[in-house]
Design a protein around this ligand. Sequence first.
Ligand code: ADP
Length: 315
Amino acid sequence: MDNLTVEAIELTRLYGGRAAVSDVSFHLAKGQVLGFLGPNGAGKSTTMKMLTGNLAPSAGSVKICGIDMMEHPKEAKALIGYLPEMRPLYKEFTVDEYLTIAARLHKVSSKHIKKAVESAKERCGLTHMSKRLIENLSNGYQQRVGIAQAIIHNPMVVILDEPTVGLDPIQIRDIRALIKEIGQEHSVIVSTHILPEVEMVCDHVQIIDKGKLVFNGGIDVLKRQRVGNKLVLGFKNPPSESALLQIPGIAEVEQVEGMIRVRFTESSMPHEAIVETSVREGWGLYQIAPDQTSLEDVFVQLTYQEAVPVEEKAA
Ligand code: ADP
């Protein structure tokens, strides 16, 4: 594909013989927003550092718009805007001063700097904050400045590490809207451990666990995994468990808060039979709905971790 902006090819990073990231491959195209998810210590930051050329892989390679990061680091890095988890802000500067410095560092030519600063401020809703000292800005506005420095050179790829951590709900909503907007013109990678965030801003999801990719696909594919093999039923005249178990395909019945949850076997679709039997037997069915697994549950299933702390296991 011609419009690939990021290619991670069999990336591995060892620390003292232990793989923090192991054989990770994926690619991203222009206009895509990728959510990079994983529990703490899964290898997200290590992958991000390799993608941005801040850490050399032990094996594998990274290409940005077809340019190899190891062979041509300057050219490849010039195509990336990066907001690390620790924002690289000089708080004693005003927004204008800082963004001017950021533009210079990103090698924006002198005659284009003013325009680049104005444009980044406008996109990040910072125009009215131009003369304010960064240290006097709220957390949310400081984050906007961090994002503004990442897009100041109009890079093809924008990488944001945990961009909404520590923000209040209104700031979070604004930053998510901004990420979506940036995603229309650039490729964006957002690392996060907040699932609803991925649902809201990303079209593609990758889940990493213990250094390995355990899911790589569209957000719709992840959402589909939520629909399990359970139904929640509400009856005016609830039948007995054994009566429900007579319906072909129903494998398990349990009572939950005045409703009945049934699990059906993999290949069966007992919905029609439930409705028909209910009408015939006068059970008064008033609700039949899929019992969706939460995205959190899907995440836990994909990244199953032993809940027992290491010390306890050793004891
Ligand atoms: P995440 O960003 O998903 O929380 P990291 O990429 O920071 O995960 O870490 C992945 C694993 O690599 C962890 O087990 C971490 O302890 C280990 N690790 C990260 N950086 C170093 C380092 N500089 N030296 C040794 N181990 C490291």
